[in-house]
Design a protein around this ligand. Structure first.
Ligand SMILES: [Zn+2]
Length: 129
């Protein structure tokens, strides 16, 4: 963490738990593994998640927080994970997020197919000419 402070960065704050957890997690989402350093969009999607949600009396502590992407944070919502240890609660949350993500991915595939009937995915499009 201290090494980062010497890089002369203008926008990245230090001392925040999201940066601390990011460093501890290799700047990857704890739930889906997304690489926060792959692009600015990915970096800006980094959020602090309360493993046990605040709505379930989860505390704002280092022990109860992780770095995750916006999508996983949104999909996890106020889900109260089971488990007696931090790692067990993270694993349970990961399982829950993965299932919800799968449902959302299927919905997105249907929308994509409806809107872009001639091209299954935007990535498959190659510029012509
Ligand atoms: Zn994620």
């Amino acid at each position: 963490m201290n090494g980062l402070a010497n890089l002369g960065l203008e926008y990245v704050g230090f001392g925040g738990w999201h940066v601390m957890h990011g460093l501890n997690q290799g700047f990857r989402c704890i739930y889906c593994g997304r690489d926060f350093l792959a692009s600015l969009n990915e970096y800006d999607s980094l959020q602090l998640d309360h493993i046990t949600p605040q709505s379930c009396k989860g505390e704002s502590t280092k022990e109860n927080t992780v770095a995750c992407c916006w999508t996983c944070n949104h999909l996890k919502g106020s889900y109260p994970p089971t488990g007696t240890t931090r790692e067990e609660r993270i694993a349970d949350s990961r399982h829950y997020v993965k299932a919800r993500r799968s449902t959302r991915e299927a919905e997105l595939a249907k929308i994509r197919l409806f809107v872009r009937r001639d091209s299954p995915t935007a990535d498959d499009q190659t510029p012509s000419g």
